[in-house]
Design a protein around this ligand. Sequence first.
Ligand code: KIV
Length: 266
Amino acid sequence: MPTVTIHDFLKKKKEGGKITMITAYDYPFARIADEAGIDSILVGDSLGMVVQGLENTLPVTMDEMIYHTKMVTRAVKNAMVIGDMPFLSYQTGIAEAVKNAGRFLKEAGAAAVKMEGGAEIAGHIRAMTKSDIPVMAHIGLTPQSIHRMGGYKVQGKTEESANRLLEEAHIVEDSGAFSLLLEAIPIGLGKKISEELSIPTIGIGAGPHCDGQILVLHDVIGLFERFVPKFVKQYINMKEEAMKAIRTYRDDVTKGIFPSEDQSFK
Ligand code: KIV
């Protein structure tokens, strides 16, 4: 099976097919997502919250992102792997941003990077694209801006802020982004942006009219309990399943049922 590329993203947009994305942060889950036929895996800085147990994504470092991205690319045969630029890996200047983005491709084997921001990262997108680093931009609720936004709040609810987001979407497209992630915006705005842009939009809490969808893996499988955003659909509760299995193992050991002769050497 050929590897998914940014050209397949654009092709799906033109042909009206939906792009499927999920996050993953390690070898076993990246392998499952890939074998399940997901088009693209984002190694999101959400790993700070769902894997490292941090309060938010801000402390996540470039080295940690590279470490996790390597595990994911090692597992994946078909999906396009995208590395997420963590807080302060690009906000400090374009040259540093290009260097850090390049690390995802050069050291970790990713095919593209994602960066939070609109107009303020237009120069970064241009410089990265010129250096052959494909960029997915990310607007709406941008978790690295929680302190400015005052929490994880739906964005673009007023006419003024919706128009601003529409403008930002055009700016990132004109700057060379190959796609745009829209997070936590009203359904109508997600539709309008998706209709106006020629690059594909990937929604998370942006309604069904986006060209593709992404969810955080640990939300999908019930392994993140701290809060469940309205836009999440949990498809399995793996915490419960794992709890059952581990409890049974504990009971078996306590009662002397495990190991039996089957698990013993003669
Ligand atoms: O870090 C992340 O996982 C994200 C989500 C919006 C998908 O950016």
